[in-house]
Design a protein. Structure first.
Length: 194
């Protein structure tokens, strides 16, 4: 059984749909402090560090178990965005994203006994269409508070797909994890059949 160092419903659903048995155990790390320490790092490096920190922290509490950590970051016009803390902040994010390219970085890490066994990442470019105030209000009326748990204020598997006019990148990466890379790593670790 794989331990998922996250309470993310989309990551869990992805892994279960791929045939994996998952035990979820949210990681207790200070993500904002780690991001602050890495303020000058590339977004992909920050996402990988966060995924590794989550996997490592949970694996220390689950001896001998293989633990999967994941993280996603959104960057628009050079500015990194965290999950919105309120519906108003979500609206502010959407106004900023309107008509711009959202760069999404998703990373994953596998750890056992506190040591990282594998680290991977992928990115996607999502072109946000011009969003009207009316759309933003109706969208948040339908999707809040669920999208409050997402860095890009969207669930691509729901009506969040309406935010975009073009998307370049892997569907699983956009959902929050470079799943095909994770599956390869699990095969390398002997957790899946070759």
């Amino acid at each position: 059984m794989l331990v998922l160092a996250s309470n993310s419903a989309s990551r869990r659903a992805m892994l279960e749909a791929a045939g994996l048995t998952i035990e979820a155990a949210g990681a207790e790390i200070d993500e904002r402090a780690l991001e602050a320490e890495m303020a000058n790092a590339e977004p992909s490096e920050v996402a990988q560090a966060l995924a590794a920190a989550k996997a490592s922290a949970v694996s220390m509490l689950r001896p001998e178990k293989l633990v999967l950590g994941g993280d996603s970051l959104v960057v628009v016009d050079g500015r990194r965005f965290d999950k919105p803390g309120s519906r108003e902040e979500a609206a502010q994010h959407l106004r900023f994203f309107s008509g711009k390219v959202m760069h999404l970085y998703s990373a994953a890490a596998l750890a056992r006994d506190g040591r990282i066994a594998w680290l991977g990442e992928d990115s996607a470019a999502l072109h946000v269409r011009g969003l009207s105030e009316t759309f933003i209000e109706q969208y948040l009326a339908a999707e809040w508070p669920e999208v409050g748990a997402t860095v890009g204020v969207f669930r691509i598997e729901a009506i969040g797909v309406q935010l975009f006019e073009r998307i370049y990148g892997d569907h699983f990466t956009i959902l929050g994890m470079p799943l095909l890379q994770v599956l390869d790593a699990l095969r390398d670790e002997g957790e899946l059949l070759p």
